[in-house]
Design a protein around this ligand. Structure first.
Ligand SMILES: Nc1nc2c(ncn2[C@@H]2O[C@H](COP(=O)(O)OP(=O)(O)O)[C@@H](O)[C@H]2O)c(=O)[nH]1
Ligand SMILES: [Mg+2]
Length: 348
């Protein structure tokens, strides 16, 4: 699947060898980043060619769950023991009680209805059920409906918000989109500087404010994006724990103020979640969705010890679309979520 779908094709779609026009210099802003201090790179500047395909790396990332599931079906008889082992494997994959029960019941019904007799057929039936469960989460990320498309990016600290913003900005640039970033994570000076330095290196303007009012920074960014006729404005936000009411109130205020900067904005309110946080990811989706009415999710870090089942839990309990999934720190490591691909990686 392509990275974005465009409501309106840009008239100047670069076809063959792209002639690089010099990008506009970053706008000087109040806070000058401290270049002396070594800051973590958002993304490596040189992008080595990917050695393995996206599918094989996704598969490797989810190997814990795929191994647990696949081994069940090897030469197995279709009996209570198989279902019990499957239940345990699904629970261990972070699918949660609700999705696990739903999948087991549906599978048993299918085995009965279709008179399935061998383990391979049961596995294929489970695969089909999982695809059906996850497909409603699949949604192309649309650009070009608004000028600019304003995106607010939320999530707890360390989930991967800033990294995801960097990757998305690069992907958008290669699709001919002009992008402006707002460093709304003003609680942490390092977070603000991280984005500023990254923006300078990548010729992407970053709006920042040393004074640190996230709502004001966001408002400025929206105004600037409108005035300059840019395509996308992405607003980074702070991410302390969602259980602290204060953060949610702050984020709600930021969201409201963005709406004052442009009617109907933010057009997308995304939540970034770390794919390794298990059932807590579901709690985060609920808490942020209750506060902000999310339009989409980005699930990162499906390349480590992530088990993947949390997507099934989300699909059952709070089906917010999953726009992108991440399997590493490089630009090509963020891709659109495709249910059939994901299930193939889990149960292929
Ligand atoms: N392995 C892996 N690491 C990631 C991924 N996405 C982000 N990270 C890392 O997670 C850490 C926190 O990311 P950051 O964007 O700063 O999170 P933020 O606090 O939500 O802004 C950084 O070290 C990132 O490089 C991913 O998909 N896979
Ligand atoms: Mg950050």
């Amino acid at each position: 699947m392509s990275m974005f779908s465009f409501f309106k094709k840009k008239p100047v779609a670069p076809e063959v060898p792209e002639v690089k026009t010099p990008a506009p210099a970053p706008t000087p802003t109040a806070a000058t980043p401290a270049f002396a201090a070594p800051l973590p790179d958002l993304l490596p500047i040189e992008e080595p060619a990917p050695k393995l395909s996206w599918m094989s790396r996704l598969k490797a990332g989810l190997s814990k769950t795929s191994n647990n599931l696949s081994i069940l079906f090897v030469g197995a008889k279709i009996d209570d023991e198989l279902y019990e082992e499957l239940e345990a494997a699904l629970l261990m994959s972070d699918a949660g009680v609700d999705a696990t029960q739903y999948l087991l019941d549906a599978l048993k019904q299918k085995v009965k209805d279709d008179k399935l007799l061998d383990a391979a057929a049961v596995k294929a039936a489970l695969k089909q059920l999982l695809i059906e469960l996850l497909t409603p989460l699949q949604r192309p990320f649309e650009l070009g409906r608004h000028q600019p498309t304003v995106m607010m990016i939320s999530g707890v600290n360390g989930a991967g918000k800033t990294t995801t913003i960097g990757k998305l900005a690069k992907h958008m640039q290669t699709h001919g989109q002009s992008v402006l970033l707002a460093a709304g994570d003003t609680f942490r000076a390092a977070a603000r500087e991280q984005l500023m330095v990254w923006g300078q290196r990548n010729n992407i303007t970053v709006i920042s404010q040393a004074s640190g009012d996230p709502a004001a920074v966001s408002f400025d960014a929206v105004q600037s994006g409108k005035a300059k006729g840019l395509d996308v404005v992405m607003i980074d936000t702070a991410g302390r724990l969602p259980t602290q009411l204060h953060l949610m109130e702050e984020l709600k205020k930021v969201q409201r103020v963005i709406g004052k900067g442009m009617e109907g904005a933010p057009h997308e309110t995304l939540l970034v979640i770390d794919g390794n946080t298990g059932q807590n990811a579901l709690a985060q989706v609920k808490a942020f969705d209750d506060a902000l009415k999310l339009t989409g999710l980005v699930i990162t870090k499906l390349d480590g010890t992530a088990k993947g089942g949390v997507l099934a839990a989300i699909a059952r309990v709070r089906p917010v679309p999953v726009y992108f999934i991440g399997i590493g720190e490089k630009i090509e490591d963020l891709q659109p979520f495709v249910a059939a691909e994901f299930v193939e990686a889990l149960l292929g």
